[in-house]
Design a protein around this ligand. Sequence first.
Ligand code: ADE
Length: 263
Amino acid sequence: MASHGNKSEEEAAISEAPNTPISTIVIIIAMQTEALPLVNRFQLTEDLDSVFPEGVPWVRYRGVYKDLNINLIWPGKDSTLGVDSVGTISASLVTYASIQALKPDLIINAGTAGGFKAKGAVVGDVFLAADCAFHDRRIPIPVFDMYGVGLRQAHTTPNLVKELNLKVGKLSTGDSLDMSPHDESSITANDATVKDMEGAAVAYVADLLKVPAIFVKAVTDIVDGEKPTAEEFLQNLAAVTAALDNTVTQVIDFINGKCLSEL
Ligand code: ADE
């Protein structure tokens, strides 16, 4: 047994963890279109012996890339309607189940997002979110209001941001693609540059289970622009997904061989 001076084994494990190279990564991606290029790039294979409960549509792709065990988790298609299981409920469930089963060192939530031109976003930009909060959980009672907003910080990655020259902004999450006037004022209060449908939910579960998480979001549509969101989103999805996948690949290459404290 290694000697840790006066520390208990548990204390030693906690204090030594940041100095150990990251070994297992879970990437949470809501849409198949966003996930499959990364599955191909990292030559991941679908895990047919699922770590998830029988019957759920959640899919785990796994593989070894350089020194990393990569797990890409896609919540799959809704069993009834056959569309991607986007949104906060599926995102929370797969994040919880993945952490329980795979004990990752780091979670990466990657996906597309709406961007605000008033905050400098343009279509095709890829942002690293500094923090995540909800914009559709309005509870106007003291302290419950803050619980609803659910602000969580992403793991700090100053070296990653610098090396990859990434844009940084705040992320606001809600379960709608469009934006109601109520959502808009909450998003403004959240000071968000990008808006998605999963980030703050992943952040909540990651924080609950004390797993560091980062958020990579590529802009498919400009929320405060002229075009209808759904149309602009679908029009740009394929091209922006390519930009997202390039950045996620660069992020993974950067992470390889590093400890959490070096990011
Ligand atoms: N994903 C892509 N565009 C989005 C938007 N405008 N709102 C929420 N999620 C998105």
